[in-house]
Design a protein around this ligand. Structure first.
Ligand code: ZN
Length: 100
């Protein structure tokens, strides 16, 4: 495996973990129906930073993040990602409320 690919996978792992933290903090929400869509939650991104910082100090990430800044960056990237920009799961919303 090339270094570039490994680097990309590492970034992906970081974003995945960051996304879980943001969901746990209520900054992002995972659709309870399809469990695939992640969208914007109620909480401010600061809440995810706080939770992440707490976890980082606990050593919960086993070296996935070299510094707390790296973790904060990953959280920011996940929360601001276009993939998570919706305020609901349109896929399930349409299935439930769409008139077809
Ligand atoms: Zn859904």
């Amino acid at each position: 495996m090339g270094i570039a690919k490994r680097h990309m996978e590492h970034m992906e792992d970081q974003i995945n973990v960051a996304t879980e933290i943001a969901i746990e903090a209520g900054v992002l929400e995972r659709c309870e129906y399809c469990e695939a869509t992640v969208f914007q939650g109620e909480e401010d991104v600061e809440e995810a930073y706080k939770l992440g910082s707490h976890r980082f100090k606990n050593g919960d990430f086993g070296g996935l993040f070299e510094s707390q800044l790296e973790l904060t960056d990953a959280i920011k990237e996940s929360v601001e990602s276009g993939d998570h920009a919706a305020d609901m799961c349109y896929h399930c919303h349409e299935k439930m409320y769409g008139d077809d």
